[in-house]
Design a protein around this ligand. Structure first.
Ligand code: IPE
Ligand code: IPE
Ligand code: MG
Length: 247
């Protein structure tokens, strides 16, 4: 498993970008304006992550449950996503950033699927910094999709059910080729995971920020990094064991 990250510096941060609607309300603006400002905040965060030497940044942009929002909001979000991709893909390719989409791809609008697939293919060779975009993502759906794929692999004889362990199971998750997040950040003061990376965050540090996502800037990001640096990840061991090199 890809577990190693230096003691005080995360290799992979995953963010639940929440609070766009409340930001808009606070400013007397329509919800979609909050989403628009939220999309702008992504860019800042991406730059901060890269400057701090992170290898992976995964952003929760749209959950499987978000389809249940009012139709015009879903529509506006998809339009915004299309626009965002149109602008950002160019920037990402220029800066050699790899894009990885996690979620049920095939249920997204076809124009968006096309953009994403093209960006994934064109950026596949970049290895320094990967941005994961969670779109139409839900952990439970992901586990079900993995279970389906494993059942098929078992029938095909490529998986032996008696030998199946988590190391093999994880390869069937959407994130199969990515390390688990070291740190999961949620903005807007909510203290829940909302179906995000439940398997992968089994041993992640969690950081809840009061800041609404459109206001989450470089300094908010750095505050999360500083907080992470103070944590001790024990993975079930004792603190004393971790201080002994042979543990
Ligand atoms: C997060 O902001 C963006 C998405 C879920 C797409 P919200 O839209 O959930 O903002 P709040 O929670 O209503 O403030
Ligand atoms: C989680 O936020 C999903 C994303 C940030 C994309 P929500 O706003 O949908 O979560 P809940 O409904 O408050 O749990
Ligand atoms: Mg929300």
């Amino acid at each position: 498993m890809h577990q190693e990250s230096t003691k005080n510096q995360p290799r992979h941060i995953a963010i639940i970008m929440d609070g766009n609607g409340r930001w808009a309300k606070k400013h007397g603006l329509p919800r979609i304006e909050g989403h628009r400002r939220g999309a702008q905040a992504v860019r800042q965060c991406l730059e901060a992550a890269r400057d701090h030497g992170l290898r992976y940044l995964t952003l929760y942009a749209f959950s499987v449950e978000n389809w249940d929002r009012p139709e015009e909001e879903v529509h506006a979000l998809m339009d915004l996503l299309d626009q965002f991709l149109k602008e950002q893909i160019h920037h990402m390719l220029k800066h050699k950033i790899r894009l990885r989409v996690i979620g049920r791809y095939h249920e997204l609008p076809s124009n968006i699927q096309k953009r994403l697939r093209e960006a994934e293919e064109r950026s596949a060779e970049f290895t320094k910094f990967t941005v994961g975009l969670a779109l139409n993502y839900g952990s439970r759906t992901e586990v079900v999709d993995a279970a389906r794929a494993i059942a098929k692999a078992t029938q095909a004889g490529t998986v032996d059910p008696d030998r199946l362990d988590y190391a093999q199971f994880r390869d069937f998750l959407y994130t199969g080729d990515m390390p688990d997040p070291d740190l999961v950040i949620r903005t807007s003061g909510e203290s829940r995971l909302s179906n995000f990376l439940l398997m992968q965050s089994a041993y992640s540090e969690i950081y809840f920020s009061e800041v609404l996502w459109p206001d989450f800037d470089r300094s908010s990001f750095e505050a999360a990094l500083e907080d992470y640096a103070q944590r001790e990840r024990r993975y079930g061991k004792t603190s004393e064991q971790l201080q002994t090199p042979a543990s």
